[in-house]
Write a protein that binds this ligand. Structure first.
Ligand SMILES: [Zn+2]
Length: 316
């Protein structure tokens, strides 16, 4: 019998090559790392780094019209072992506490009271549902049809496609959140500009993304699960993110750690290692703990970072 060749299972899709850094526009780009997509396509992608601002991004990348197939993740959930079940249970407990913390945070950022929230890329809607229970008026946008359907049921109101962003009233939101979303967005500047127009003056943009300069990123290198190529188009770090936000006229108010992500990403990264090198739960706990300790002592380089940026109020 003829063995399948890889390209028959997963034919290559059209790619686009960026000639300039998406953050600062410099053409001075260098190959940094080769990373394999271990969860879906098994293809290898190049991560380039800008010599001017240090920003890292996947280049070339599948274009916007064709990246959808890299999200078709049946390959992902193939092994439904008991371990997988335990991971899912732990994940659900963590999510419950995370949602509560996120809602407390947006209350604090909004002067201690609920207001108008837009969650861009709301996934299955757990955060939106929690915010709505907390008294927020919520709007959710989500490109994935299945997640949008789940979120509509969970939040108890229609969740819209991402393209509905253009139709939302300008200046109408107190908080706009992107939880692990911006690294997936092809039209980076257009999307940011549109989102910022929807914020009221003084409103806050919350952007949570992995940190490619965290200790767990340095430890796992090409096996770091948060590279997640080609789905992650950008691999942010604090300095380029500051530059990006400033370019859009936003004031960075604070950066906050997402300490659970260090454990989650370390767990996924251990699975990417060759079997003889992969560690068990102890290796995961050690890597996650060390990453958070390092970040606390070295300028907040957590595995994932939440950036809180403000749209300037008039006259400030
Ligand atoms: Zn740059």
């Amino acid at each position: 019998m003829q063995p399948f060749i890889e390209s028959e299972l997963f034919p290559p899709v059209p790619t686009e090559l960026l000639a300039n850094c998406p953050v600062c526009g410099s053409p001075d780009l260098h190959d940094k790392l080769q990373v394999q997509d271990k969860s879906v396509s098994q293809e290898t992608f190049t991560i380039q780094q800008c010599a001017a601002c240090g920003f890292q991004f996947t280049n070339p990348r599948p274009d916007a019209a064709n990246i959808g197939k890299y999200y078709e993740s049946d390959a992902y959930v193939s092994h439904n072992s008991a371990a997988q079940g335990l991971v899912n249970r732990v994940y659900k407990v963590a999510r419950y506490f995370t949602v509560r913390r996120k809602v407390a945070l947006i209350n604090r950022l909004n002067g201690g009271r609920p207001g108008q929230l837009l969650d861009y890329g709301c996934g299955t809607g757990h955060f939106l549902a929690g915010a709505k229970r907390g008294g927020w008026q919520v709007t959710g946008l989500e490109p994935n049809a299945r997640a949008r359907h789940d979120a509509t049921a969970r939040v108890g109101q229609p969740i819209l496609e991402a393209s509905a962003l253009a139709g939302l009233a300008p200046g109408s939101f107190d908080i706009i959140s992107l939880w692990h979303v911006l690294e997936h967005v092809h039209a980076l500047h257009d999307t940011l500009a549109q989102l910022i127009r929807k914020l009221r003056p003084g409103g806050k943009l919350l952007v949570a993304v992995p940190n490619a300069e965290s200790l767990d990123a340095q430890h796992y290198r090409q096996n770091w699960a948060a590279y997640d190529v080609p789905r992650h188009l950008y691999h942010f770090a604090p300095a380029p993110m500051r530059q990006l936000l400033a370019r859009h006229g936003l004031r960075l108010v604070q950066t906050l750690p997402l300490p659970l992500d260090a454990y989650y990403i370390s767990m996924l990264s251990e699975r990417h290692l060759a079997p003889e090198r992969a560690g068990g739960p102890l290796a995961v706990l050690k890597a996650g703990y060390k990453s958070n300790q390092y970040a606390a002592q070295h300028g907040g380089h957590y595995s994932s970072v939440l950036y809180v940026a403000e749209r300037a109020a008039p006259g400030r």
